[in-house]
Write a protein that binds this ligand. Structure first.
Ligand code: DAT
Ligand code: MG
Length: 136
């Protein structure tokens, strides 16, 4: 059994897609083990996205993530890390496959790729690190 951190990002919360996104996650059979609405501080986001520090999209990404609350979810299930990333779809919501959360519900309004609705940890190491940050 694995755990992963899923975030419904500020665009998903603002667009009132939390219920639809949770319904897809639950329909797939993953278990919501913990859930909270979080308004993160900059320091949390800089740690969360540490691997992207120095990239051109880092600052816009952090600003976007500061723009409103996210729903943080501890999600459990066998192979949930790769399974949730498959449900989410690829990073750019304009080209993410139809049938995925990003592909069906997302679009990069204003060419802002960071508006892709959800985050999912990409490895067991990331999941442990990110769950400790968001569920301190
Ligand atoms: P993912 O969220 O699919 O794991 P990532 O870890 O590579 O993607 O990047 C983290 C977030 O940063 C991503 O959800 C959206 C934003 N991002 C990534 N690449 C970008 C780019 N080229 N331009 C703008 N934002 C980008
Ligand atoms: Mg990532």
């Amino acid at each position: 059994m694995q755990s992963t951190l899923v975030l419904i990002k500020p665009d998903g919360v603002r667009r009132q897609l939390t219920g639809q996104i949770l319904a897809r996650i639950e329909a797939k059979g993953y278990v919501v083990a913990d859930l909270q609405l979080v308004q993160p501080e900059r320091a949390l986001l800089e740690e969360h996205y540490a691997e992207h520090q120095g990239k051109p999209f880092f600052e816009p990404l952090v600003e976007f993530m500061l723009s409103g609350p996210s729903v943080a979810i501890r999600l459990e299930g066998d192979r949930v890390i790769e399974g949730f990333r498959s449900l989410a779809g690829t990073t750019d919501p304009t080209t993410a496959a139809p049938g995925t959360i990003r592909g069906d519900l997302g679009r990069d309004w204003g060419l802002k790729v960071q508006q892709n609705l959800v985050h999912g940890s990409d490895s067991e190491e990331s999941a442990a690190r990110e769950l400790a940050l968001w569920f301190a």
